[in-house]
Design a protein around this ligand. Structure first.
Ligand SMILES: Nc1ncnc2c1ncn2[C@@H]1O[C@H](COP(=O)(O)OP(=O)(O)OP(=O)(O)O)[C@@H](O)[C@H]1O
Length: 958
């Protein structure tokens, strides 16, 4: 329940005990309205359930809802009729005691629906054996039959129960429903003969006409059209779109077979129903003497046939009255009014007693023949307080009944409160409340109460009227504080009370009753003549209902008021020995509309249901009480000592908790097993603090949860990694071992091979030798000589010497070939020159060996000569060489020959330079000289003063 406290501003509190302004009716209505607008039709006052009729299907009676409420702590879930049912059932099973659930409210408030829901809940959730299924079905199916005969369409409710009902459901020691018993109260017989505009007679009449088989109707002498029957058509709504009589007939017919009705029973039963309809259609006329006569006996004949009486006897009984004198009987005719009265009285008596027979018949089918001890849960579906514009005898009885039940409720609630304080060891706190015993006494006290006065008035000789009854009341109870009449009221109150009225100040408010019809209704007189006919008829049901013994008895039968008083007192005896649960039904508006909440209508019912008084009593002590375990479980997070776990006794934990939160001593009391909180605000503050801490808690719980998940995941991964690692290491180790093994073999073979390396090829050294060979060859790659002059060679192992030699030679040959291919013509010429040089100088001249490496080049020398006829030849040497002295200047006779031969020798183009005029030559490095060529008469060579050499030649004729 505490779970919804946070939303209390929007959806209201789900227990009125938690209303701060618990004495304010407006606050009460506000809370109901808030909840109703959220489709929350149920609210608690402690353990009492207030239910507001939603007039629509809300989807709150599903199987899953039933399962939800099964065996759950009462306050753990939102208020529901299932919670009340389940709580009663669990307590009954665990404590093996009897319970009752009292459902009250005004017509149309939802009492019957609530009791059906409870019955369904038991049918679905209680354990069941196959053999006992029939008992369950009978319990369920007794409802449509009872509704057909006891319910009717009224202005307030299309399916209004016109009787009070108490139903015991019996359970065996295993909690299996094994049987039941029904008691009915005060069926509204007057409806059989008269209905207000817009209302109907009991459903069964219309169902029989609409759904009954044609042969059955023919046998009963009935037509399908209800308009043809006076008793069915006075309300002018025999056909109503909201009621499907044909379908309902099918349901009722099939229910009859389950609850043990024989074909003969049904024949008699419907014979009675049809007789009532025929009775209604009997028309009387006044004859010449002013006596009643029946001109058309058609209906009489049908009734006579159906009930098994002589038509003439019936006719006489309807139009005459037997008066018993001291020794003889006198038959005197009735007036028209009295005949009509007699007819209607017969119809009412027949229907009323048949209804009682029906209830008994159902009871005999529900009875459990095994006589082991049973526990019971009683369902009391009874009319609530009624206050209309005109209130008559029925309202008087109903309101008296409610006074009695209120007394029971107050007593039981107070007793329960007191018992709880005592058992919890809490000081008794007296509760102020209005004890309505005084009103009950006013109504029921022997010889002094209103019912006794009414009875006296009914039986006293002489002319007694409703007015004389009122005068008797004024005389006998006029001084009572809760009674008033026009005469007794002051000038102010007088205006509101009529001459025929008296007012009672009920616990729920004042109600003014009109005494008109009180005597007649209390007497409920059926003329003896008619009674005799019914006692002697052949219809077996009526013979059971009207016993001959009744006729023989000289005692007057008890009046309706006294009967009702007695049945109420036995009902209270039944209830007082049982543990109570209460459901108060409220209808939200008068128009049966969904989602419409009429404050005025609701306020009225709150008052007459005594809800404010109940709340006041319930709140007089403490607003809230819970077992230590539950309180601690919910709020333990508010105190570090109790969070997350309290390991000591729960009471101590709660004490520590409330000390930490800072409860003041006047706000609470600690019992033996429960904490009692006086004010709702204390609980709300605690709840708000809890709501606030919830976020932190959630974060903490989330973190812990995530941490837990993380750790779990980590552990999982670590285990997986360890496993993987182990496998991997294993695999590696195995591989390593394999490798080592292999290596050892290789090494062994290698060593063997090495040892036998010089032996002829054999398996012992074959591999080694291959390896050595391969190794040598591979190594040799890096050591082959790069040129012909390189004489190095990798030393071969013994077995490869021949191969190595061959390779070496191949390599040399290859290098030589490569070298030869790379020699240019120029180089070749130079080499040839070197050969010549060798021939000339080898072994003969020092320095030759050094000159070998010195390549001969053609650029070192060049030849110049003039274009004239002189024999000067200049051999130029390269100026780079520092040691050169300079160019050589030769004078030779055969200049052409020399130059040509030199040119051929050098084999170089542009070797010879033929100059004109002069040429330059090097004397020494950096020093140049010039030779000037000229012609003259005679050849001469001279050096002038500046060192210039001049060569004069004789020009030759060409
Ligand atoms: N819990 C509910 N959910 C939906 N509709 C409901 C509920 N309770 C009552 N009703 C509607 O209200 C109508 C009247 O209810 P019900 O017959 O139970 O009233 P009542 O208090 O037994 O009246 P009466 O005293 O006249 O027999 C029902 O026929 C149904 O349509």
């Amino acid at each position: 329940m505490e779970g919804t406290l946070t939303a209390r501003d929007r959806v209201g509190v789900q227990d009125f005990v938690l209303l701060d302004a618990y004495t304010s009716e407006s606050a009460f209505v506000d809370n109901l309205r808030k909840r109703f607008s959220e489709n929350l039709i149920y609210t608690y006052i402690g353990t009492l359930l207030v239910s507001v009729n939603p007039y629509q299907e809300l989807g709150i009676y599903t199987m899953s809802q039933m399962e939800l409420y099964q065996g759950v702590n009462f306050f753990e879930l939102p208020p529901h009729v299932y919670a009340i049912a389940d709580n009663a059932y669990r307590m009954m099973c665990s404590e093996l005691n009897n319970h009752f659930i009292l459902i009250s409210g005004e017509s149309g408030a939802g009492k019957t629906e609530a009791s059906k829901k409870i019955l369904q809940y038991f049918a679905v959730t209680c354990p069941m054996t196959e053999s006992l299924q029939i008992a369950r079905d009978r319990l369920l199916l007794s409802n449509p039959v009872l509704e057909a005969f006891g319910n009717a369409k009224t202005l307030r409710n299309d399916n209004s129960s016109r009787f009070g009902k108490y139903m015991d459901i019996q359970f065996d020691f295993q909690g299996i429903p094994v049987g039941g018993h029904i008691i009915s109260y005060l069926i509204e017989k007057s409806r059989v003969v008269y209905q207000n505009q817009g209302e109907r007679n009991f459903h069964i009449f219309y169902q029989l006409l609409a759904g009954g088989e044609a042969e059955r109707l023919a046998y009963l002498g009935l037509e399908r059209d209800p308009q043809l029957y006076k008793y069915l058509s006075q309300g002018h709504c025999a056909k109503d779109s909201s009621i499907n009589d044909k379908n309902d007939w099918k349901t009722v017919s099939s229910a009859f077979s389950v609850i043990d009705f024989t074909e003969a029973d049904l024949e008699n039963l419907f014979g009675i129903i049809a007789s009532v309809l025929h009775l209604g259609n009997i028309c009387f006329q006044e004859d010449d003497q002013g006596c009643a006569a029946v001109p058309d006996t058609h209906e009489i004949k049908w009734i006579a046939k159906l009930l098994g009486v002589y038509p003439s006897v019936l006719l006489e009984a309807l139009t005459h009255r037997k008066i018993e004198a001291k020794t003889e009987e006198v038959i005197c005719p009735l007036t028209l009014e009295l005949s009509v009265y007699a007819r209607d009285a017969m119809a009412k008596a027949v229907y009323g007693r048949t209804f009682t027979w029906l209830v008994n018949k159902i009871n005999s089918s529900l009875v459990n023949k095994d006589f082991t001890q049973k526990t019971v849960i009683g369902l009391l579906d009874i009319y609530g307080f009624e206050v209309f514009d005109k209130n008559g005898f029925e309202q008087f009885c109903i309101n008296y009944c409610n006074e009695k039940l209120q007394q029971l409720l107050i007593e039981r609630t107070l007793k329960a409160e007191q018992a709880e304080y005592e058992s919890e060891g809490i000081e008794w706190e007296p509760i102020q409340y209005f004890n309505n015993k005084i009103i009950c006494d006013l109504v029921e006290e022997r010889h002094k109460g209103i019912i006794s006065i009414l009875d006296e008035e009914c039986i006293r000789p002489g002319p007694a009227t409703d007015l004389s009854f009122l005068e008797k009341l004024e005389e006998k109870v006029g001084q009572h504080a809760h009674f008033q009449t026009r005469k007794l009221a002051g000038p102010k109150g007088r205006k509101r009370i009529g001459w025929m009225e008296f007012r009672l100040f009920h616990y729920a408010g004042e109600v003014t009753y009109c005494t008109k019809g009180f005597l007649e209704k209390n007497n409920d007189l059926l003329y003896r003549h008619l009674k005799e006919v019914l006692c002697r008829c052949e219809n077996s049901i009526l013979r059971e209902c009207f016993l001959v013994a009744e006729l023989e008895s000289r005692r007057r039968p008890p009046t309706v008021g006294t009967q009702f008083k007695n049945s109420l007192s036995s009902l209270l005896e039944i209830l007082i020995s049982k543990e109570p649960s209460y459901i108060r039904c409220i209808k939200p508006n008068e128009r049966k509309e969904p989602s419409k909440f009429d404050d005025f209508v609701v306020r009225h019912q709150i008052k007459y249901l005594g809800l404010m008084e109940h709340l006041r009593v319930r709140r007089a002590g403490f607003a809230y009480r819970r077992k230590y375990e539950h309180f601690l479980q919910r709020y333990k997070s508010l105190c570090p000592d109790t969070w997350p776990h309290w390991h000591g006794p729960p009471g101590e934990g709660v004490e520590r908790l409330i000390k930490y939160i800072g409860y003041k001593p006047e706000e609470y009391k600690l019992g033996k097993t429960k904490i009692f909180i006086r004010f709702p605000r204390t609980l709300f503050a605690t709840e708000d603090a809890f709501e606030f801490s919830k976020h932190q808690l959630v974060a903490r719980i989330q973190a812990t949860y995530k941490g837990c998940l993380g750790r779990r995941e980590y552990v999982k991964r670590r285990e997986a990694a360890t496993k993987l690692e182990a496998h991997w290491r294993g695999a590696l180790a195995r591989k390593q071992v394999k490798r080592r093994k292999w290596a050892v073999q290789i090494i062994r073979r290698f060593i063997n091979g090495f040892i036998n390396r010089n032996k002829p090829l054999s398996p012992d050294n074959e591999e080694f030798l291959v390896f050595v060979r391969k190794n040598y060859i591979l190594n040799l790659r890096y050591h082959v000589p790069k040129n012909v002059l390189d004489k190095s060679w990798l030393k071969p192992p013994g077995i490869l010497e021949t191969a190595s030699d061959l390779l070496r030679r191949m390599c040399t040959r290859n290098l030589v070939r490569k070298y030869c291919c790379g020699v240019t013509a120029e180089r070749k010429a130079m080499m040839q020159q070197k050969v010549v040089t060798s021939d000339i100088f080898r072994g003969k001249k020092e320095g030759y060996a050094e000159s070998l490496n010195e390549p001969f080049v053609n650029t070192r020398i060049g030849v110049s000569t003039s274009n004239l006829s002189d024999g000067i030849l200049v051999i130029h040497v390269s100026p780079e060489n520092n040691k050169q002295k300079g160019d050589a200047i030769l004078l030779c006779e055969h200049v052409f020959e020399v130059v040509t031969k030199l040119t051929m020798l050098v084999n170089k183009e542009n070797f010879v330079n033929v100059v004109q005029g002069s040429l330059q030559f090097y004397i020494s490095p950096g020093k140049e000289g010039t030779i000037v060529f000229d012609t003259g008469p005679e050849e001469q060579i001279y050096k002038d003063k500046n060192g210039q050499l001049t060569v004069v030649s004789v020009r030759r004729k060409s």
